[in-house]
Ligand binder design. Structure first.
Ligand SMILES: [Zn+2]
Length: 330
């Protein structure tokens, strides 16, 4: 996910969740600046109960999937995830200076993050838009050379899916994104995270149809669950994210966020982890390399991983490992 301040086409209901989009620096959007659901009927005071039920029914929380025990008797799972958006947040304004803000993610943050993960010997999941791989092909072998990380789908150019407005086009973009990453990494991705949290009316059907093991775009719980779509269990696992665990919310893209204090952000993440530890569920962190990979910030990520490891009994895993584990019948 990312708060794409230059492509500020989030659903109105999500605007409160995506503060990057309300930045005064926001540029004209490259896609229509409107609720994506031009194709969706709004909920109004005249909607019937059935219409309201249908309106919210595309992707809902089903069976909770937190297992009774995690692997090796761990109390909980921890997933470090990175949305490698880099320059592609600047699609509407591809000029050298804003592009360079994103380029930093590839030139400097990714190597720094990979070294940090190596030092701690923990895995992570990298969601990368296909054209991000095209711009920086060296990222994929660098990630794979560590032999513990996962690469997941994050769109073609970090496009906002609800803004596509055409099911066939959205399906094609998803298919070509999968194909591109498969070719680049030698392995078909099993997980997807919608760019900018953009889940349109067709998105879930397309994700399910593409055979993904899991999605990680929704925000409806603090633990894994099976997505129920229009009243039916779907078989697709959701590993839900949270705005609280997202670096972009605090830092913004150029330190213009709501709380650009790395130490304060550490305290928030720590508190999120601590309750997850008590609840024996899971903790998913969402970082953007060009944002959270800055020096003063990655120091706090290092501190957080050190803290989590100090608690013991924690399973650091990729998202695919968690999804495969919670999917097993018990
Ligand atoms: Zn993103």
């Amino acid at each position: 996910m990312s708060m794409d301040r230059h492509t500020c086409v989030v659903p109105l209901v999500l605007i409160g969740l995506l503060p990057g989009c309300s930045s005064p620096a926001a540029q004209p959007a490259s896609a229509p600046r409107q609720p994506p659901a031009a194709a969706v009927n709004p909920i109004t005071v005249d909607s019937t109960e059935e219409q309201i039920r249908q309106a919210v029914g595309t992707a809902r929380v089903g069976r909770k999937l937190t297992p009774r025990t995690w692997p090796n008797g761990a109390r909980m799972a921890v997933c470090l995830t990175f949305d490698v958006d880099n320059e592609l947040l600047q699609r509407a304004n591809p000029l050298p200076v804003p592009l360079s803000v994103g380029e930093y993610g590839a030139t400097t943050s990714i190597p720094r993050i990979l070294d940090l993960l190596d030092r701690h010997q923990v895995p992570a999941t990298f969601f990368i838009p296909a054209m991000g791989v095209m711009l920086h092909p060296e990222m994929v072998p660098a990630i794979l050379a560590r032999h513990r990380h996962e690469i997941g789908v994050h769109g073609w150019i970090h496009e906002f899916w609800p803004g596509i407005g055409d099911r066939a086009k959205e399906q094609q973009l998803l298919a070509q994104s999968i194909e591109y990453l498969t070719k680049a990494s030698g392995k078909r991705p099993v997980g997807v995270r919608a760019p900018s949290s953009g889940f349109g009316p067709h998105t879930f059907d397309l994700i399910r149809g593409a055979g993904f093991l899991y999605d990680s775009s929704l925000l409806a719980a603090d633990e894994p669950y099976e997505i129920v779509s229009n009243g039916q269990p779907s078989g697709v696992i959701e590993l839900p994210i949270s705005e609280v665990g997202n670096d972009y919310v605090y830092y913004g893209e150029t330190a213009n966020g709501s709380l650009p204090s790395p130490e304060a952000v550490f305290e928030i993440y720590k508190a999120e982890f601590d309750l997850a530890f008590q609840e024996r569920t899971m903790f998913i962190l969402t970082q953007h390399p060009h944002v959270g990979g800055r020096r003063s910030r990655i120091v706090q990520l290092d501190r957080l991983i050190t803290y989590i490891k100090s608690r013991g009994d924690v399973w650091f895993a990729t998202m695919a490992e968690v999804a495969n584990y919670v999917k097993q019948p018990r």
